[in-house]
Design a protein around this ligand. Structure first.
Ligand code: SAH
Ligand code: SF4
Length: 362
């Protein structure tokens, strides 16, 4: 449930909404009407729900909440294709959501936690530490915000990546409940395959997810192909080392028949060497997998630099020699700090609250 005393509407299943309305002495069809205002028309306020009697709209406004928080910053990239929103939640936590327009795609990058407990050294969210899990309403509400904005332009959300702030599988139940909501055929009805969950590699959760046989694809943030290097970048690797992680990934591929995507943030002189590329090639050989290469987004708390395009090309060539497909992800919206956690940093810098430090590069 939400942090405020009133139920957050986006937290409720249709059944729970029906129960709430029944407790107000109202028939089932009213719940269905509200549901459609929420998930088919993306209403931004109760006054928009014009098929409801005024008294019901008033009661909803008085006793439930719709908006997940206040928008404290909204920024567009210089080419206008990327837009980033910073929400302040009722308890003051700041979370980010990004809309990326690319050809016909309208992809949202959404957050699942305020902060993150995993501490990946290059990640702005990791650098701030864990604050709390987001509620179902707070995850769903980010999508509804942009769905509403796009609808006003006659467009719609086509894809969602769970690559904003937080580790989705560390907030397993709320994340999966939010995906169920977004894919519900009686509501928004987004295709389950259009959503991607990205995980740092929480092994028991990957296995649990594989067992659930869901349609929503999983991506694993690998970033290094040896335990030594990976533990340096991703502290979580000390708990869940590479060999076990790869076994869990193979289990996922076997169970679901889906290919596994691996994320690799290329950091100059760190994990972008041909040696690392060969190690990665050996690690993934013969597996149904694909590698997404992302030149590092520099962050306030980490001194590493993105790899040069030439080095990215060499890295990719080595992977190709192992028969491994890869894509270089273009960093969109770089001028608005569209990397996860980065807009929050900037907001805090500008308001004088930023406590981050920048260690000297190794
Ligand atoms: N916690 C999940 C999902 C959120 S992070 C995960 O780690 O997978 C989404 C992706 O952005 C991850 O692959 C993460 O490693 C990557 N990432 C984080 N900070 C980055 C940065 N500064 N530059 C490039 N990629 C970054
Ligand atoms: Fe958390 Fe992902 Fe950032 Fe690592 S990269 S700190 S898991 S959000």
């Amino acid at each position: 449930m939400s942090n405020s005393e009133h139920p957050a509407l986006y937290d409720l299943t249709l059944e729970q909404l029906t129960t709430l309305l029944a407790s107000w002495g109202l028939p089932t069809y009213r719940a269905r009407q509200i549901w459609e205002w929420l998930y088919k028309h993306f209403a931004g306020g109760f006054d928009e729900m014009t098929t409801l009697p005024g008294s019901l709209r008033e009661r909803l406004a008085a006793e439930t909440t719709l908006a997940i928080g206040d928008v404290v910053l909204s920024q567009k990239s210089s080419d206008g294709q990327t837009k980033k929103i910073l929400f302040r939640l009722p308890d003051g936590q700041l979370i980010e959501t990004v809309l990326m327009r690319y050809e016909k795609r309208r992809t949202l990058c959404i957050s699942t936690q305020a902060g993150c407990a995993m501490g990946c050294v290059f990640c702005a969210t990791g650098q701030m530490g864990f604050k709390r899990n987001l509620t179902v309403a707070e995850i769903v509400g980010q999508v509804m915000y942009f769905a509403r904005e796009l609808a006003a332009e006659g467009q719609h959300v086509t894809n969602i990546v769970l690559m904003g702030m937080g580790e989705p599988l560390h907030n397993y139940d709320n994340t999966l409940a939010a995906i169920d909501r977004l894919t519900d055929p009686s509501g928004m009805n987004l295709g389950a395959r259009k959503i991607t969950i990205s995980t740092v590699g929480l092994i028991p959760a990957i296995r649990r997810y594989a067992d659930e046989q869901r349609q929503t694809p999983l991506a694993v943030s690998l970033h290094a192909a040896t335990d030594e290097e990976r533990s340096r970048l991703l502290p979580v690797n000390r708990r869940w080392p590479l060999a076990d992680l790869m076994e869990a990934c193979r289990y996922y591929v076997e169970k679901t028949g889906r290919r596994m995507t691996f994320e690799w943030a290329l950091i100059a002189g760190e994990n972008d060497t041909e040696e690392q590329a060969h190690k990665l090639g050996q690690l993934l050989r013969g597996m149904l997998g694909h590698v997404n290469l992302i030149p590092l987004n520099p962050t306030a708390g980490y001194g590493g630099r993105p790899s040069s395009p030439e080095q990215v090309g060499r890295f990719q060539e080595v992977l190709t020699s192992y028969g491994i497909t890869s894509t270089v992800r273009v960093r969109r919206g770089i001028d608005i700090q569209a990397g996860c956690g980065q807009l929050r940093d900037r907001h805090l810098v500008e308001s004088g609250d930023f406590k981050g430090t920048k260690p000297a590069p190794k």
